[in-house]
Each structure stands twice: as structure tokens, then as C-alpha cells.
Design a protein around this ligand. Structure first.
Ligand SMILES: Cc1ncc(COP(=O)(O)O)c(C=O)c1O
Length: 494
């Protein structure tokens, strides 16, 4: 990487010049670069609207970039040691769909951990690919699913030598990373493409103190949420790709199928400037951040009733690596669930955490994190723990029943098959017709085509009662199942 060329922000610079050029806009968007009145303009100022243009002359087209978008994408690729990058304005969700749909055709096998985000399941539905699920490392103490082992991937490849792709998460929502380099070597030896979900991994490209990034590990293609951990606006992400295994024509066609023809210039500009900041300041700021994180962890560990899962903890649990910008706080020994603490931290202390699970809460730190906010987190945790630990309340023991529901059909077949809506209790032993999950983290409890066991029903009921984050297509007490009696006729048509 030649650092000095990263001083440029080709897209943002051109966009700014366009907004300031006193152009007479007879194109869309209809706010005409902020010439209408509304409450938002009053609040954020006209300048934000000046940056919201829709592919006027000179600003290039995301669907077929040849000018400033292409230049900005090339800089992004360079910053991440990739051969090529694609800007995304509908999040890593679109990136994941595009990766799967461009690499896998219907009935192609794709090896993946079961704790994938719902967009991966949707990618399976859209492509018709067949998932070969690998069980991730399960942590019963924290109640979360972590990385996948090299050995589990090796076994999956031995059993499925015809698999076309392996899908990995780098790192998981909770920051745990797999032994990516060895997995990639093994995959490539077997002529298998590796794709990565780096929704939580954009920062890995800008520091040697974090787990290895997908591109550095040799992964063929990755989707990375610049917005989550690298400072750009929500929904702005990138696809990164390298090597000879990716068919870029097909990827472009798929992206153009999925993305809007009116991509947000504001989002693209925010990627352009975030890349520049991360190239010049990322390394030093992440180093400083990791020191701040270590300090707050050390202090949090002294609070009775609180446990901190840090890198040493995960290594002891035989996980491969851990991204220390995540702070995982185990709170269940206070007699409170993670869901309760998540809510109480907001209600009592105005602290917004990233997510909760039964036993834990998760705080995500980035280069935007301030020491004063970490102090508030520590003080609030200390007060909360002090109030509750002395009560000696015990939470009913929650077993993290990380299930591996049996697969009955491809997700696509179940999605397209005839459906019935039944109560949760009636659904036991039926085939799911929809995904049910808690979001965040968005990992489905059950996906279309899996058998709904009593365990699945119990988990849905548990999350419905204890967390506000249950997501499904229906009311929490009902679920869509496949109408098996009428299914055969349909599955032949799909
Ligand atoms: C693991 C994982 N993958 C993918 C996504 C989707 O990313 P985005 O929000 O950028 O669409 C998320 C979002 O939370 C996620 O947690």
C-alpha cells in the first residue's frame, strides 16, 4: 500500500464540489440539494442535503463504476490488501446475498457454521444452494456460539468433496475468530472458494493487534460492514475480493440485481472518508483503544458478581482468536439476565449496549469510543452489581440449548412450498417455513426446512418472554410451517 495516495477521497471530493457548484438541478432527488423546507434540514443543515445527489454527470454510477466511484473503490481495495472492492449501500446483508448468489448455483453445497446471520439463510433461499452445517464451538458458561475448528471443516470437506464454497464468520458478533489461514489453505487445496462475513471485522484491516483479516488470510471474497466498526454511515459496507476464483462479471450482475439504481451518495462518501481515516489513524487509534479496553476490563473484573470474558478466557476455551475491541460482561451471577441488565443500563444510566444474551451483555468499542464513556460503563456496572449481588438472588439456571435442528429440505424448497400457520405447540415435529431469531445477533433459532423440535419451541418461548428482540414473520405465539401434504407437488416445480 502506498500510503500517500490515501490522502485522496475521490468520491467525497467530487460530490462536495458538485454540491457547491450552484448547479440548477432538474434531476432527482426531489429535495433539489436541500432547497425544500423540512424539520430535518433545519436540524442537520443544508450541507447534508448538498451531499445527497443521485448519479449526476461526473459522479459516476455504482452499478457500473468507471470514474470517481471506481477510484474510491480501488483505494478501498488497496487499503485492505484486496484486488478489488465494491461499495454497498444496503449493508453487508446485500454483500452476503451477492457473494452466495454469485458463487453458488442451485443445489451447490456450501459449508458453513450454523450460527450464521439471517442474511446467509436468505442467500441460501435465493440461490437454492444447500447448506452443510458445521457445529460451532459452544460456550455453555456464556451461552453463546463461537468459532469453528479446522478439524470440523476438514471433516465437512471429506464428507462433501463436491462442496463449492465455505462460508466463515470473521469474527463472530462476540469477537471470536477461527483459524482462517489454515481453513483457507485446506479449502484451496480442495478447489473450494472461501467467503467471509466480516460484518464485525472492518477494523481488522487496520491493526496487527487484532485477529487476521479475511484478505490477509487468503479468503477469496468478504463482505465487511464499514459502518459497524470503521466509522462510516449505517448501511455502508464493502465487498472485498482477491485472486482468480471469483467471477467478477457474475458478481457485478448479482449486485446490480440486488442493489438500488439510486444508491445513496452520502453513504458512499462516508466509506471514502472512513477509509482515509482508518489508513492514517486506524493503527494508532486501535492501539490506544486496546489499552483503554484492557484497563476497563481490569477494573470491571474487580467488581463482585461480574465476570469478563477476555482473550485469555477464549483461548482457554480452545477458541482460535479474539477481537479485544469487544467487551463481554457476564452478569448472570448478579441474579439478573443479560436482557434485564441491557434494559437497566439504558433506563438507569443512559448507556446503550450492543446486545444481550441470557448470561451476558456485549459492548462494542471502536476508535470513536471515549474514555469518559468507558468510565460511565464501569461506574454503572459497579453500582448495579453492588445493588444486586448483595441480594443473593439466583437466576433459574438457563441451559444454552444450542441446537442443531435436523435439516429436512433445502431452505429454498421450504420457503417456496405451501405453508400453514400454526401455534408454537402445534408446530413440534413439523418443518419450519420461516426463520425465527433474536436480533441482534440475528442468528436463527430455526430456518426454513429444519424440523421444529420441542427444544426449538422452548427456545422461542424463552426469548419471547425474556428478550424484546425476537424476530419472525408473525406474532410470537405462531409460526409458519410447511404444509407437507401438499408439498410434493410444489417441490417438483421449484
Ligand atoms: C454476523 C453478521 N453478519 C451480517 C450482518 C448484516 O450486516 P449489515 O447490518 O451491514 O447489513 C450482521 C448485522 O448485524 C451480523 O451481525
Amino acid at each position: 500500500m502506498r500510503k500517500n495516495k490515501h490522502n485522496q477521497t475521490p468520491f467525497f471530493t467530487q460530490l462536495k464540489a458538485y454540491g457547491e457548484s450552484h448547479v440548477a438541478p432538474f434531476d432527482v432527488p426531489g429535495h433539489k440539494l436541500g432547497k425544500i423546507e423540512n424539520d430535518l434540514i433545519k436540524y442537520v443543515g443544508k450541507k447534508t442535503y448538498l451531499l445527497d445527489a443521485n448519479s449526476p454527470i461526473g459522479l459516476d454510477h455504482l452499478n457500473k463504476p468507471k470514474g470517481v466511484i471506481l477510484e474510491a473503490e480501488s483505494l478501498m481495495a488497496d487499503a485492505c490488501r484486496a484486488d478489488k472492492s465494491y461499495f454497498l449501500t444496503n449493508g453487508t446483508t446485500t454483500g452476503i446475498l451477492a457473494m452466495i448468489m454469485s458463487v453458488c448455483k442451485a443445489n451447490d453445497k456450501i459449508i458453513m457454521p450454523r450460527n450464521v446471520h439471517k442474511s446467509v439463510i436468505n442467500g441460501l433461499i435465493l440461490s437454492g444452494a444447500v447448506p452443510i452445517f458445521v457445529k460451532p464451538n459452544i460456550d455453555q458458561d456464556l451461552g453463546i456460539a463461537n468459532d469453528i475448528t479446522y478439524e470440523s471443516i476438514e471433516k465437512a470437506i471429506q464428507e462433501n468433496p463436491d462442496a463449492v464454497a465455505i462460508f466463515v464468520i470473521n469474527p463472530t458478533y462476540f469477537g471470536v475468530a477461527s483459524d482462517l489461514k489454515r481453513i483457507v489453505e485446506l479449502a484451496h487445496k480442495n478447489d473450494i472458494i472461501v467467503m467471509a462475513d466480516e460484518a464485525h471485522g472492518a477494523q481488522l484491516y487496520f491493526s496487527n493487534l487484532l485477529p487476521i483479516s479475511a484478505m490477509d488470510a487468503g479468503v477469496d471474497i468478504s463482505a465487511s460492514s464499514m459502518h459497524k466498526t470503521a466509522g462510516s454511515f449505517t448501511q455502508s459496507s464493502v465487498i472485498l475480493a482477491q485472486g482468480h476464483r471469483i467471477n467478477h462479471q457474475r458478481l457485478r450482475a448479482t449486485l446490480n440485481m440486488l442493489q438500488s439504481t439510486s444508491p445513496s451518495s452520502l453513504l458512499m462518501a462516508s466509506i471514502d472518508v472512513a477509509r482515509k481515516t482508518m489508513v492514517f489513524k486506524g493503527e494508532a487509534r486501535i492501539q490506544r483503544l486496546l489499552k483503554m479496553a484492557a484497563n476497563v476490563r481490569k477494573k470491571l473484573k474487580t467488581i463482585p458478581g461480574i465476570k469478563i470474558a477476555d482473550k485469555a478466557y477464549f483461548i482457554e476455551k480452545r477458541c482460535y482468536d479474539f477481537d479485544e475491541t469487544k467487551i463481554i460482561i457476564k452478569v448472570s451471577e448478579l441474579g439478573l439476565s443479560g436482557f434485564e441488565v441491557y434494559q437497566m443500563m439504558k433506563d438507569k444510566y443512559n448507556i446503550q449496549l450492543e446486545l444481550a444474551e441470557s448470561h451476558i451483555v456485549l459492548a462494542i468499542l471502536t476508535i470513536g469510543t471515549k474514555q469518559s464513556d468507558l468510565n460511565r460503563l464501569y461506574d454503572a456496572m459497579k453500582t448495579l452489581a453492588n445493588d444486586y449481588y448483595k441480594l443473593k438472588n439466583k437466576l433459574p439456571k438457563v441451559e444454552f440449548s444450542y441446537m442443531f435442528p435436523e435439516v429436512y429440505s433445502r431452505p429454498r424448497d421450504a420457503y417456496h412450498g405451501p405453508k400453514l400457520v400454526v401455534s408454537l405447540d402445534e408446530a413440534v415435529n413439523e418443518v419450519a417455513g420461516e426463520s425465527v431469531m433474536i436480533y441482534p445477533p440475528g442468528i436463527p433459532i430455526v430456518i426454513p426446512g429444519e424440523i421444529i423440535t420441542q427444544n426449538v419451541v422452548d427456545d422461542i418461548k424463552f426469548y419471547s418472554t425474556n428478550s424484546k428482540a425476537l424476530q419472525s414473520d408473525l406474532d410470537d405465539t405462531m409460526i409458519t410451517i410447511v404444509d407437507k401434504e401438499n408439498w410434493m407437488k410444489y417441490s417438483e416445480d421449484i
